[in-house]
Design a protein around this ligand. Structure first.
Ligand SMILES: Nc1ncnc2c1ncn2[C@@H]1O[C@H](COP(=O)(O)OP(=O)(O)OP(=O)(O)O)[C@@H](O)[C@H]1O
Ligand SMILES: [Mg+2]
Length: 342
């Protein structure tokens, strides 16, 4: 009774806090609120810390802060490493989305990486409660990603989903609402951005920031060595003179810089297929592979995985929000929620 009264006054929220993006979906709304997982903090002389900006505004400060301001990305390689900062980010976003503080906190489904330990689960639960959640359900990211990509995860048929995020790539084989096999490699968009920074320093003699590298990768990045002849002009600091210099970067060079990361992802997919039980592997040969996560948008990644495995690879519609949409579905569908962690 009390729960149903609370239910009428509260709302349902699905949350996916990723290395790069924090996404929130509110039941009844079509859109997903997406902000960079970043918080800028001012360190006062007496040791106190004050939040200056959250999300997009904080991300824009990256690489441009004075000494007493720090931009913190509280999630590393897919795991929350700075809980107090993550909580501040979540609380800020929850209040912003609701437009005001609700009297009764929302019922929340929060996504966690596959393989999260019991201690880590408790910490995530406490974080969501501290940010204002009334009821917290945890759901494993691969299950949520597959459900959000529209896969029939509760059927007795093997499905493979690959989530290429910023800090990690998680591959999972799912059947009957559960994860049969999963492999996670610490390769994603962040590693590609760093590789691109190093490549441009080495081959063009120019130092660029992570924001520029990210834009360059997203606009002309490619997973295919035989990329076409596009190019993009970027500005950086000349390593010899120390002055700003504009350089034109060829797409084939961007592709070369990303090659190691792409190969690690392809190798992990092949290894996953080798570890998949035979009946499920033959299901996947029929159903193909679904790519989710922001990294799925890397031009040619679907074809690179397709060539290496001989399987059909499909990019999920709106790959960046598949996981949070799947968590939202789970909150409404008891069958999926039961298959989730709890
Ligand atoms: N067009 C694009 N080409 C290549 N990469 C892209 C593109 N668009 C976005 N990305 C990359 O996708 C990554 C973000 O993906 P996503 O939001 O799924 O990550 P995340 O969920 O925050 O991270 P994780 O799941 O690893 O914790 C970023 O590294 C971003 O640069
Ligand atoms: Mg993610």
């Amino acid at each position: 009774m009390i729960n149903s009264v609370f239910g009428a006054m509260s709302c349902d929220m699905a949350i996916d806090m990723g290395t790069f993006h924090t996404r929130i979906h509110v039941k009844g709304r079509d859109d997903v609120a997406i902000v960079p997982s970043a918080v800028s903090i001012l360190h006062g002389r007496n040791g106190e810390r004050r939040i200056l900006a959250v999300g997009e505004e904080a991300w824009q400060m990256l690489g441009r802060t004075p000494k007493d301001v720090q931009v913190v990305r509280p999630i590393r390689d897919g795991l929350i490493t700075e809980f107090d900062v993550a909580e501040a980010l979540l609380r800020h976003q929850m209040v912003k989305i609701q437009g005001r503080r609700l009297w009764v906190g929302p019922r929340v489904a929060i996504c966690i990486p596959y393989g999260t330990t019991e201690v880590e689960k408790r910490a995530v639960r406490e974080l969501a409660e501290a940010a204002g959640a009334r009821e917290v359900h945890l759901i494993e990211q691969p299950l949520a990603a597959a459900a959000g990509a529209g896969l029939p995860i509760t059927e007795a048929c093997g499905q493979m989903v690959i989530d290429v995020g910023a800090g990690k790539t998680q591959i999972a084989v799912i059947s009957l609402g559960g994860i049969v096999y999963s492999r996670c490699v610490k390769v994603g968009g962040d590693h590609m951005d760093s590789a691109l920074i190093r490549h441009i320093e080495k081959h063009y003699g120019v130092s660029i920031g992570v924001g520029t590298s990210n834009t360059l990768k997203n606009l002309i990045g490619t997973a295919l060595p035989e990329a076409n002849d596009r190019s993009m002009v970027i500005k950086g600091r000349d390593l010899d003179t120390g002055f700003p210099r504009a350089v034109e970067i060829a797409q084939v060079d961007v592709g070369a810089a990303l090659q190691v990361a792409v190969q690690l992802i392809v190798d992990a997919v092949i290894a996953s297929m080798e570890h998949t039980p035979p009946d499920l592997a033959s299901d996947i040969a029929g159903t193909g592979i679904v790519l989710t996560g922001g990294g799925a948008k890397l031009s040619g990644l679907d074809r690179a995985i397709g060539h290496a495995t001989g399987l059909a690879v499909v990019i999920a519609e709106e790959p960046t929000s598949s996981t949070v949409r799947g968590a939202a579905l789970a909150l409404q569908n008891q069958q999926i929620l039961r298959a989730a962690v709890g």
